[in-house]
Ligand binder design. Structure first.
Ligand code: ZN
Ligand code: ZN
Length: 146
C-alpha cells in the first residue's frame, strides 16, 4: 500500500494528491455507487479529508443516498469520470474512486460493503468479509477501525 498517491479524471481537468496512506479500501454495493460508477459496485479508497489536495473544480451532485457517507458525489464535468463521495455526517473522510488512481493496481478491498443492495450479477471475492451496510469507519458515531 502506498504512503501517498495521486490520480485524476480521464481528461486531466481534475487532479488530486493524497499525502497519507488509505484508511481502508472497500467495494461498495450501494445504489448510489452503482449509479455513479456504472457497474455492480464501486471500488472506494477511504482517505482522511485533510490529506487530500484537489486541483480543478469537480462537479458536485447531492443525493439522498441511503449510505450517509455518500450524500455528495464529485465527478469531472468535462469527461464524467467519478472521483469522490462525501457525506455531511462523515466530514473527516473522503471516499476516492479507485478507478481514478494513476496506478490503480495496488487497490485491494478489505471488505464488500452495503451488500444489502448487492446485485445478483455482482462477482464478489468470497475471501473478504461482507458488511450488510456501512462499516464502522463510515458510521458517523462508529469507532474508527483501521
Ligand atoms: Zn475530466
Ligand atoms: Zn456506496
Amino acid at each position: 500500500m502506498p504512503t501517498q498517491f495521486s490520480g485524476g479524471c480521464a481528461c486531466g481537468a481534475i487532479r488530486y494528491q493524497c499525502a497519507a496512506p488509505p484508511l481502508a479500501m472497500y467495494n461498495c454495493h450501494c445504489q448510489s455507487c452503482q449509479q455513479a460508477g456504472g457497474g455492480a459496485f464501486a471500488p472506494l479508497i477511504v482517505v482522511a479529508a485533510q490529506s487530500l489536495d484537489v486541483r480543478g473544480t469537480p462537479k458536485r451532485f447531492f443525493t439522498q443516498a441511503i449510505a450517509d457517507s455518500h450524500s455528495e458525489r464529485c465527478f469531472c464535468g468535462e469527461c464524467g469520470s467519478p472521483l469522490f463521495a462525501l457525506g455531511e455526517r462523515t466530514p473527516d473522510v473522503v471516499l476516492v474512486h479507485a478507478s481514478s488512481l494513476d496506478e490503480p493496481d495496488w487497490f485491494k478491498p478489505v471488505a464488500d460493503i452495503w451488500t444489502v443492495s448487492a446485485l445478483p450479477w455482482a462477482n464478489m471475492d468470497r475471501h473478504i468479509p461482507k458488511v450488510f451496510k456501512s462499516p464502522p469507519l463510515l458510521e458517523p458515531e462508529g469507532e474508527v477501525t483501521l
